[in-house]
Design a binder for this molecule. Sequence first.
Ligand code: NAD
Length: 249
Amino acid sequence: MSKIDYHYQGRTAVITGGARGIGRGIGERLQGEGAEVVVWDLDPCHFDPTLNDFKPALIQAVDVSSLASVEEACRATLAVTGRIDFLINGAGINGPVAPVWDYDPEAWQRVIDINLTGVFNTSRTVAPHMRAAGFGRIVNIASMAGKDGNPHIAAYSAAKAGVIGFTKAFAKELITDGVSVNAIAPVITETALFKEMTQEHIEASKAKIPMGRFLQIEEIAALVSWIVSDECSFTSGFTFDISGGRSTY
Ligand SMILES: NC(=O)c1ccc[n+]([C@@H]2O[C@H](COP(=O)([O-])OP(=O)(O)OC[C@H]3O[C@@H](n4cnc5c(N)ncnc54)[C@H](O)[C@@H]3O)[C@@H](O)[C@H]2O)c1
């Protein structure tokens, strides 16, 4: 993949779930383009400082499903950076793989709390600072599961569909404030989330991708980097497909 560089000197990006996986990949990319990156993650132990010279300005322990935790993280971040220009909502869990009639109700609630309410918590906390600055870019990592609905991961599918709906509504609230809100809907990507999935589920997901391969984290990072750029200046409330040709709408 040939790479176009944007210039994010002076910009600060907060990335939830940024300690590893897709969030980390986005952080590495934005840092490489000059942004100051702050990681908000439930488990900072997931962060491996030896990889790829990634040096966040702050790695903050935060549970996005707790509004108080998010508010504390925002205070701690602003004390260090003084600003938040980009908010990338990447924190997420897959939850169990089971039919609805066997799905544990507590697991259902946890998946919704983290994947959907977490996006609400960070958005409501960070947006006032972006509005005051007259600039902001919010990017929510949804999933193709939120568009198609994947059997046996109903909570995940419902939460991600919720993120897509939330993105549309919230974008309209901010439409004249210089703050865009968009989502992306990736197909299956090779990350640690694979450990929570059965081999059968992984193979079935791959078979649905017309390009016949898994999505790479770098490809997601490239899309997000463009969405937060000044060149993406007339799109808000949209869910960008990144599905290797799978998505038809
Ligand atoms: N991997 C895929 O195939 C795939 C496909 C589509 C969408 N996504 C979405 O992309 C995002 C990142 O996925 P990934 O594969 O990189 O996952 P990952 O498990 O590798 O990383 C997720 C990170 O989120 C953190 N996290 C979990 N719960 C949290 C909480 N309550 N508060 C704060 N941080 C929390 C974890 O500690 C972890 O570091 C998720 O939202 C996921 O649903 C993943």
